[in-house]
Design a binder for this molecule. Sequence first.
Ligand code: HEC
Length: 131
Amino acid sequence: MKLKLLPLFMLLACGDDGLSVVVEEGQVNFTEVFNVLESRCTPCHNPGKAGGLTWTDAQSAYLTLVTDISASSMCYGKLWVTPGDAKESLLFNKLSMAPVCGNKMPPKADLTPEEAEIIELWINQGAMFIP
Ligand code: HEC
């Protein structure tokens, strides 16, 4: 089990050591982040749906991500995004196989390494709203 999961973990965890740089390390725009959220997360993270945090457009998603803390019982009080630190951010941590709380996201599918890296880079670059 552990061995089988290792390659994905390495892809997610080793973005800054050159092993898995699949996205050019330029500035990541929030539009790119939002496109990932919208295509991979909104089926559940939407007003009235099970996932909690909701977003309807890029601006509301951004504001929610950088100002909200988790209100769920499992992850209560954790910050969705800690600018500059993807590993401390629930948004990125939940993509890993063993998140600090609750289930891996998305629960039944995996993001591509490119999609995960867009989120990781955006947070590590300071989580700014550059459309
Ligand atoms: C199939 C439905 C589904 C999809 C798709 C999904 N989620 Fe979730 N998500 C949930 C549910 C249900 C929870 C609450 C249980 C948990 O935390 O494991 C949750 C919780 C979370 C939490 C913790 C929220 C909190 O307030 O505690 C984060 C962060 C999160 N999801 C991020 C994502 C991201 C990012 C994506 C897309 C890459 C995604 N999810 C895709 C269903 C989903």
